[in-house]
Design a protein around this ligand. Structure first.
Ligand code: SF4
Ligand code: MG
Length: 329
């Protein structure tokens, strides 16, 4: 099958004054296949949310290309993006900020259905909208009786269900979920994560799930991309990336997540701060924090290269996994 979205050499830079630029996304290429659940992970500030927003053209793209359903949307003006908007939706982290507090839930869910025409190009009838709104509530596990209530009457987890329902209202092909559970209590997180997995199974949804928490990403991703300072440093099948990590940064992130094998030796913990994206280190972008750094790493930037089929890492000295799950440089 053809990819649903192709991102080529995408960059997003911001001018920060004094002749300096912040490089939030630095030449990223990736494809999203139909039905795929792609996890996008990294520490805060690594550019993962910005990448997600660029993919949906919610922000301008500085360089590179984004192709959605075979169509180049990199520089499409908003007027021509508008008919495509129903097919690519975003779920945001802060569930309360996105919902107008003075509108009832039924109204909030009906809004996108009133604003956008149906797949047949016509406006939807009031009856169709009402039916669709009830189906959406059912889909995200909320009672239809809640439609008459206001956002503040719901818990954070319930509000996130409402946001998800709103994002799904127009039957999108691609959903980018930006840290959709990060603001929730751990017990509620699990319910929302399960909801995403369930929706994927029921609707064949394709989504990009942005998160800093690997334990969350593991449950909802068929593939994982790890970002560091604006670039993908490792990408591959979830099992390969998390259990056969090739990049020292991924290995450090996964060290904090319980491993399947008892007694496996975790790699050294990750020290130091993330360098500023205004002043990225030369050579390997991870070299200032890497426990395995060598001279070559300071001089030469490693490109993403194949570790095994479908698994790539950007490191001159990729880690070799042992059978017990521990790793050596
Ligand atoms: Fe570490 Fe060198 Fe690999 Fe960069 S290239 S991650 S510094 S070993
Ligand atoms: Mg973010």
């Amino acid at each position: 099958p053809a990819p649903l979205m192709v991102v080529r050499n995408l960059s997003k830079t911001y001018y920060v004054g004094h002749g300096r630029h912040l490089v939030a996304v630095d030449g990223i290429s990736l494809s999203v296949m139909p039905g795929e659940m792609l996890g996008l992970v990294g520490e805060s500030g690594c550019g993962k949310s910005t990448l997600g927003r660029c993919m949906l053209r919610l922000t301008d793209i500085s360089a590179g290309q984004v192709v959605f359903e075979g169509r180049d949307i990199t520089t499409l003006p908003e007027r021509r993006l508008r008919p495509l908007r129903p097919r690519m939706q975003m779920v945001f982290q802060d569930s309360s900020a996105c919902l107008n507090p003075r509108r009832r839930i039924g109204d909030l869910l009906a809004e996108p259905l009133r604003v956008h025409r149906g797949p047949d190009g016509r406006r939807r009838s009031a009856v169709d909208i009402e039916r669709r709104v009830r189906d959406l509530m059912d889909l995200v596990g909320l009672p239809a009786a809640a439609l008459a209530r206001y956002p503040h009457e719901f818990s954070g987890g319930q509000r996130q269900r409402i946001n998800i329902a709103r994002a799904l209202a127009l039957s999108p092909r691609l959903v980018v979920a930006d840290e959709p559970v990060s603001a929730l209590d751990v017990s509620v997180q699990a319910q929302i994560v399960n909801l995403f997995a369930d929706l994927q199974a029921r609707l064949g949804l394709t989504y990009v799930f942005v998160a800093h928490d690997l334990a969350v990403v593991r449950q909802v991703s068929t593939r994982v991309a790890v970002m560091y300072l604006g670039a993908i440093v490792e990408i591959g099948a979830t099992d390969d990336v998390l259990h056969r990590s090739a990049h020292p940064y991924t290995a450090a992130l996964t060290a904090a997540v319980p491993r399947p094998v008892v007694g496996a030796t975790p790699p050294p913990p990750l020290g130091g701060d993330i360098p500023s994206p205004v002043n990225r280190p030369a050579g390997c972008r991870f070299h200032t924090r890497c426990p395995y750094v060598q001279d070559r790493c300071r001089a030469e930037a490693p490109a993403l290269h194949s570790i095994r089929p479908g698994h790539e890492a950007a490191c001159h000295f990729p880690l070799a996994p042992h059978r017990d799950g521990s790793v050596d440089a």
